[in-house]
Design a protein. Structure first.
Length: 141
């Protein structure tokens, strides 16, 4: 995310973002974990608004319960965290993001044309990759 989040590191704040799509991130100890791509992410802190064009974050049980669709604008509490990402050059770079989405609410509905998280995971389970046990999905609810 943006370096502006450095000032908020470790704190939990209220955010708003638009759902773009769902994906998977592979972790050695956990296997394939569902993620959500959010765009136009905004953190409102009094008069300061920190915005990021996009970011990936893990799906939480609260996100599953809401079952957002593409284009939905959601609001949520999240914790600001730091992580290292690997650049194309192979170098590591410190960056900032959010995780532990909680108290997720629908602010405005989108076009609803893409798959919901439930449909996405169901389709994934039916895929050849999943059928050949090349990935696994742990229970997130």
């Amino acid at each position: 995310m943006m370096r502006q989040l450095m000032l908020f590191l470790g704190g939990q704040y209220r955010f708003a973002a638009t759902v773009e799509r769902f994906g998977l991130r592979y972790e050695l100890s956990k296997g394939a974990q569902p993620t959500i791509l959010l765009k136009d992410v905004a953190l409102h802190t009094g008069t300061v608004i920190v915005v990021s064009q996009h970011m990936w974050t893990p799906v939480t049980p609260e996100v599953v319960t809401l079952n957002p669709r593409r284009g939905d604008r959601i609001s949520f509490n999240a914790v600001v965290c730091e992580y290292y990402k690997i650049l194309d050059s192979g170098r590591e770079k410190l960056d900032y993001s959010i995780n532990k989405l909680a108290n997720v609410d629908l602010v405005a509905g989108g076009n609803g044309l893409s798959l919901s998280l439930g449909e996405y995971l169901n389709n994934l389970r039916q895929s050849q990759t999943f059928a050949h046990k090349q990935i696994e999905i742990s229970c997130i609810a």
